[in-house]
Design a protein around this ligand. Structure first.
Ligand code: 5RP
Length: 225
């Protein structure tokens, strides 16, 4: 029996997200759009409906460019306010719908746009669904001059920090990835990391996790809430 490729699963969840939000759209609607390969497929699927809604707020320059290439207007979040829905991928998502995000270095803007959304729809292929977060190295966006200090604080918490060389975020900052980091309680670890000076944002999305997970599996797309 032919197995479904990861790319096919990503495309299936991107389509499922469009199916889920299209009935909610009107000509005034502005939606939040995430970043990454799955979000890119969502943008491509969304393009067919570009006349059914007003536009989008993007969580990265890359997504903004892709939206504009499809003729979808992109707005500054400051002029928009609350968004009815935000659609984005994840690097890992657990059964409580807490996530690790930031593999694409867009975590800060992703967290901001997610915070403004009434509903967060996470789109992910089955490989992202885990019992416990932490298999994927946790991305942290840091102010450049704080990089070594933050790394030392992370070591105290038991993680192995690794500087993601050559990457500059859309906000002009740097990324540290934490390897071998046990995240038994995502909300508690989110709060702990929030306290470290020099961290702009880290990739645990627990307080504002997903509301809906569209998970691509070989036997179809599962809708998990
Ligand atoms: C970018 C992200 C992405 O959502 C995450 O990395 C998943 O990406 P992909 O859909 O390419 O697997 O958080 O910062």
């Amino acid at each position: 029996m032919a197995t479904t490729t990861q790319d096919q699963l990503k495309r299936a969840v991107a389509r499922a997200a469009v199916d889920e939000i299209v009935p909610l759209l009107d000509r005034q609607t502005v939606i939040g759009v995430g970043t990454g390969s799955t979000a890119n497929l969502f943008i491509d699927e969304l393009a067919a409906y570009r006349h059914d809604f007003d536009g989008a707020v993007a969580s990265s320059k890359a997504s903004a460019d892709r939206l504009k290439q499809h003729g979808i207007p992109v707005y500054d979040l400051n002029g928009v306010g609350t968004l009815p829905v935000y659609v984005d991928g994840a690097d890992e998502i657990d059964t409580e719908l807490s996530m690790i995000k930031g593999g694409g270095a867009a975590l800060t803007r992703e967290k901001i746009v997610a915070a403004c959304a009434q509903t967060f729809i996470c789109i992910a292929d089955g490989s992202k669904y885990v019992e416990r977060l932490g298999g994927f190295p946790l991305p942290i966006e840091v102010i450049p001059m704080a990089r070594s200090f933050v790394a030392r604080e992370i070591v105290k918490l038991g993680g192995d920090p690794m500087y993601r060389e050559g990457v500059v975020t859309d906000n002009g900052n740097q990324i540290i990835d934490i390897y071998n980091f046990v995240i038994d309680d995502p909300r508690s670890m989110e709060a702990t990391l929030d306290q470290i000076t020099g961290i702009v944002t880290h990739g645990i999305f627990a307080r504002r996790g997903a509301d809906v997970l569209l998970l691509g599996r070989d036997d179809g797309v599962a809708r998990i809430t």
